[in-house]
Design a binder for this molecule. Structure first.
Ligand SMILES: [Zn+2]
Length: 259
């Protein structure tokens, strides 16, 4: 890899021996990359206080002498996002988004749109400007769309009846097929997942609408719960495993809501 200079968000850091760190970053120019930060653990001067999870950095890397990981040469802090590491619920959401990207994107594939989405969502979550649960819905829907896995919320995935022609307030969802399932196509009328029309409309809006205006959507508590339940079933099913950070988020969320 020739020298690389780019903005990047730190998604993951793992100790490597006594001195070094291996970092996974989402870079603006080259998508997900892994680099080694030599002596980052021991030296106080080297990268002091810079290599923190979820921070936005300007980095410079070079290829090592032997084939292998690129070596981080310089890192400057652009957005520290300190609140994301200080508040457990914010940490949980940020970790979930970072894990989705770490586990389900390829290295060295430019993903500037995903970079913009993550930078925006982390910035809003850090500042507490927008509701965290709503940001989480928007992040998941947009991530799924980018990954080519967006749920079909427009028509029945069996008979293709359009949502507007379904004359029921709630619509079943066929999880394996990833799409709505109308009343006629589900004669048992006992779908595992069910979405009300209002929730479907709001999910469509947060996927396609202006991200800076999502706080204007008034999700009722019931709709928010429904959408959350839906996505947290959909994401693990279609990505093939449950992210560990999602398990953690599910554990702490009710406890924090009760206090
Ligand atoms: Zn149908």
């Amino acid at each position: 890899m020739p020298a690389l200079k780019t903005s990047a968000i730190l998604l993951r850091r793992v100790d490597f021996g006594d001195y070094d760190l291996i970092l996974t970053l989402l870079s603006h120019d080259r998508g997900k990359i892994s680099v080694i930060a030599k002596h980052a653990k021991k030296s106080r001067k080297r990268f002091a206080g810079v290599l923190e999870l979820f921070s936005v950095l300007d980095i410079q890397c070079r290829t090592g002498r032997r084939k292998g990981l690129a070596v981080l040469e310089e890192a400057q802090l652009v957005e520290p996002h300190a609140a994301l590491r200080e508040h457990i619920l914010k940490t949980a959401y940020a970790s979930y988004w970072a894990e989705l990207i770490t586990a389900w994107t390829e290295e060295d594939q430019p993903l500037a749109f995903l970079y913009g989405l993550l930078a925006y969502a982390l910035g809003e979550l850090n500042a507490g400007r927008q509701d965290a649960a709503l940001l989480n819905l928007a992040f998941q829907m947009r991530f799924l769309a980018l990954a080519g896995l967006c749920p079909n919320l427009n028509y029945c995935c069996h008979c293709r009846t359009d949502l507007k022609d379904m004359h029921t307030t709630g619509t079943g969802f066929d999880l394996p097929r990833g799409g709505l399932c109308c009343h006629t196509c589900d004669p048992t009328n006992e779908p595992v997942l069910c979405l009300s029309r209002g929730t479907i409309k709001q999910l469509q809006w947060i996927t396609e609408g202006d991200l800076a205006r999502i706080e204007r959507i008034r999700f009722s508590a019931a709709a928010l719960n429904e959408a959350q339940h839906f996505l947290e079933a959909f994401v693990p099913y279609h990505l093939g495993k449950e992210p560990r950070s999602l398990k953690f988020l599910r554990q702490i969320r009710p406890r924090l809501a009760a206090t």
